[in-house]
Write a protein that binds this ligand. Structure first.
Ligand SMILES: Cc1ncc(COP(=O)(O)O)c(C=O)c1O
Length: 377
């Protein structure tokens, strides 16, 4: 129950036993074109796809170095570790960052974003972290942002590393120019493949203005794919096999069913754990993440003992807080394979751990409330 990497189904693990093939062969073309096709289905896009052999940070870095040049004005909401890191990356490229800062656990509102666009007509791009993994917030107005980016002729870039696949993010419908994710979160593949989608407009810009890097220069990937359907560098083949299998599993279940399962499971976790007396870190319900359930620690509850008891006695892994939130919150991942089994087992393990640590919690209320919510599946 970590916020990534998440559990990987056996079928996906077994896919990695396929022979290592020549990445300049027809076999590779068959594998990689299938990866691209299935990624397009999950991203709900016809845009170009690059499946980078890298962790999510690689995809995020590629999404920055290929678009941001010295002096470019970039608007970005910042409310946690990953959005801060993204804004630093942009600044490192020489970008002139207009930060919309809010405290951890709160999102900038759409009106604040609109105001930033109104005040910065010369903005080159809007960058946003869809789901702030460090605090458990999720931005729920991404569908409306393209009204602003298209009005100001700006690029629209989304880091959805910890959510894509777990909630709707129809890239074409929402006119997202560049969208990045990682395989090890809601897609439930091993870490190491990080796909990016790139619109025709962004692709043209990247080809005409390539960055000085080699590995993350996306123009190279377009050239190789448009030509021989290859990648410019040796890809992590076993991980590509696994990633393809994980995508197949999602498509077999049906994207809408996958989204619903994630939503119902996180609703059940929030309500079940709340019924036991825990409180969600994110106060406003509409800002709460579907894939990361962040909860405040009860008074005096010691982080390390709680998480190690949960892990050692009940084999349930959850994550602690980040930075200033260390020791104050814990985060339950709700993505990938997550099912009613995981939800009920987690609530039960948390209630037992709390009881072992001397806290009087109403386990029955937690389980019953969660069970009610799970009936929606
Ligand atoms: C929103 C977000 N962006 C970027 C990353 C970086 O991904 P990775 O750790 O795979 O490099 C993460 C990782 O959790 C994330 O949650």
């Amino acid at each position: 129950m970590l916020p990534g990497p998440t559990n990987v189904p056996n079928r996906v693990m077994r896919a990695m036993l396929a022979p290592i093939i020549n990445h300049r062969s027809d076999d590779f073309v068959e594998l990689y074109t299938d990866v691209v096709d299935k990624t397009q289905q999950v991203f709900e896009t016809k845009n170009d796809i690059v499946a980078l052999s890298a962790s999510g940070t690689g995809a995020v870095e590629a999404g920055v170095v290929n678009l941001v040049k010295k002096g470019d004005k970039i608007i970005i909401p910042v409310n946690g570790e990953f959005s801060r890191r993204l804004s630093q990356l942009i600044e490192g490229q020489g970008g002139n960052v207009v930060k919309l800062e809010t405290p951890p656990g709160e999102n900038s509102t759409f009106d604040q974003v609109k105001e930033a666009f109104d005040n910065n007509k010369d903005v080159k791009a809007f960058y946003v972290v869809h789901n702030e993994t460090s605090t458990g917030t999720m931005v729920n107005y991404l569908d409306k942002v393209s009204d602003l980016t298209s009005r100001n002729d700006a690029f629209y870039v989304v880091d959805s590393v910890s959510l894509l696949g777990g909630a709707p993010l129809p890239v074409d419908k929402w006119n997202i120019d560049v969208c990045m994710t990682g395989a090890q979160k809601a897609i439930a593949a091993p870490p190491g493949i990080s796909p990016i989608s790139v619109s025709a407009k962004a692709k043209k810009y990247m080809i005409e203005n390539p960055p000085s890097t080699i590995y993350f220069n996306l123009a190279r990937y377009f050239k190789f794919y448009d030509g021989e359907k290859h990648t410019p560098f040796t890809p992590a083949l076993p991980l590509l096999y696994a990633y393809r299998e994980a995508l197949s599993i999602m498509l077999e279940e049906g994207l809408q069913n996958v989204f619903k399962r994630h939503k119902v499971c996180s609703d059940a976790l929030y309500t079940g754990l709340s019924a036991m007396g825990l409180t969600p870190f994110v106060k406003k319900e509409e800002d709460r993440s579907i894939s990361i359930v962040a909860l405040n620690y009860l008074d005096g509850l010691e982080d390390k003992t709680f998480r190690s008891t949960l892990a050692d006695k009940f084999k349930v892994l959850v994550a602690g807080g980040f930075g200033d939130l260390k020791g104050k919150v814990f985060r339950v991942g709700c993505m990938g394979e997550v099912s009613p089994y995981h939800v009920m087992r987690t609530i039960s393990a948390i209630s037992s751990t709390l009881a072992m640590m001397g806290y009087d919690v109403d386990a029955k209320a937690g389980l019953k409330t969660a069970e009610e919510k799970l009936k929606a599946l």
